[in-house]
Design a protein around this ligand. Structure first.
Ligand code: ATP
Ligand code: MG
Length: 333
């Protein structure tokens, strides 16, 4: 039995991936669901959101023993062994983090080289390709997490391919603009190709009974639209135009199915949420190193901000429940 892994992914940058993983991880954990958050973006923004600079300085000590994703991979990368047993950073009773690392980008080349070598049945190739998944499973088992939420960087590179074949479910955050819609056209076919290529490689992986490998399910759960902040220079009409195109574009590009009838985002079962842009509440939360829904007047959340914290609580609770239920984990409260 493995612990379900949910990836938040879009090759388009700045669509709210990291903020979603951060807020959903907190919302689940305060709702008594044990969560392992995993930062596989070499920019390590999720890690920086969770941890104070002083703690980060200790963790990013650049030694082989560092308790980060790169530290756990280190013996494998150097060719002197397999992954190290991971120790995750406990953030709160029900929430732990596999700490990200800027050095992770140096793993990209090996992941690219070993991908085709799986076809020839090389054991090392399978060890490298499954390393993220094995680290996540080991860490989740030792923390007794029920669910893994994974944050990724915005590209279609080898790190993200290895991360995505390690996922059971994928949530696609997007924003209603031309770039996001264009991005979906690359995302969907790439997704389907990676899933299929891993299935082919898995047949060769049967030869290593001691090595646990991810199934590469990569089932799409749906999309989340991050609304624009209200900007006077951006006409509402343009926003409406892009948002109305999302349901069909998602179906065609990501799900690979044609769709004849037009459905609006609000009525689209694939749309998990139309997420409000909380504007200045977000910087306030980042400053306080808390999720937006946990801000108090002492953190500066007064007046309309205080009302917005309650809205954020309601919105993220609804979204967290929806995702958790869709991936088959019981919502216990
Ligand atoms: N619901 C929200 N309300 C207000 N601001 C938001 C919201 N979601 C994200 N943001 C802000 O938008 C910016 C981009 O968000 P975020 O970093 O989460 O995106 P990302 O997809 O992870 O980006 P990248 O592709 O660079 O990793 C950040 O400044 C973040 O604080
Ligand atoms: Mg990010």
């Amino acid at each position: 039995m493995s612990i379900p892994v949910v990836a938040f992914f879009n090759n388009k940058g700045g669509v709210g991936k990291t903020s979603l993983v951060y807020h959903l991880a907190w919302m689940c954990s305060i709702s008594s669901i044990r969560i392992l958050a995993v930062d596989l973006d070499p920019q390590a923004n999720l890690t920086a959101a969770f941890l104070e600079d002083e703690r980060l300085e200790e963790l990013w000590d650049d030694s082989d023993q560092s308790q980060t994703i790169f530290g756990f991979l280190s013996p494998l990368i150097r060719g002197v062994g397999d992954i190290r047993s991971p120790e995750c950073e406990v953030v709160e009773d029900n929430l732990a983090l596999v700490v990200g690392d800027l050095n992770l980008s140096s793993f990209e080349d090996q992941l690219a080289t070993e991908w085709p070598r799986c076809n020839d049945g090389h054991e090392r190739a399978f060890r490298v390709m499954s390393a993220f998944w094995r680290i996540m499973q080991d860490a989740a088992e030792s923390f007794e997490a029920e669910l893994v939420l994974m944050d990724l960087g915005p590209n279609l590179g080898a790190i993200n391919r290895a991360a995505l074949i390690s996922s059971d479910y994928v949530v696609v955050p997007l924003s209603p603009d031309l770039f996001s819609l264009q991005g979906l056209r690359n995302l969907g076919p790439t997704f389907r190709r990676w899933r299929q290529e891993w299935q082919e490689r898995l047949k060769k992986g049967d030869n290593f009974p001691d090595l646990r490998l991810p199934k590469g399910q990569m089932e799409t759960v749906g999309y989340i639209v991050l609304q624009h902040s209200v900007r006077l220079d951006r006409p509402v009409k343009a926003y409406q135009k892009w948002i109305s195109r999302i349901p069909n574009e998602y179906r065609e590009s990501v799900l690979g199915v044609g769709s004849s009838k037009r459905v609006s985002v609000e009525n689209d079962p694939e749309c998990l949420a139309l997420l409000r842009h909380y504007r200045s509440l977000m910087p306030l939360a980042q400053e306080a190193r808390k999720p937006m829904f946990s801000l108090r007047p002492a953190d500066g959340a007064i007046g309309s901000h205080l009302q917005a914290t309650e809205d954020a609580h309601r919105d993220f609770l609804r979204l967290a429940k929806k995702i958790v239920n869709k991936v088959g984990v019981p919502w216990s409260v």
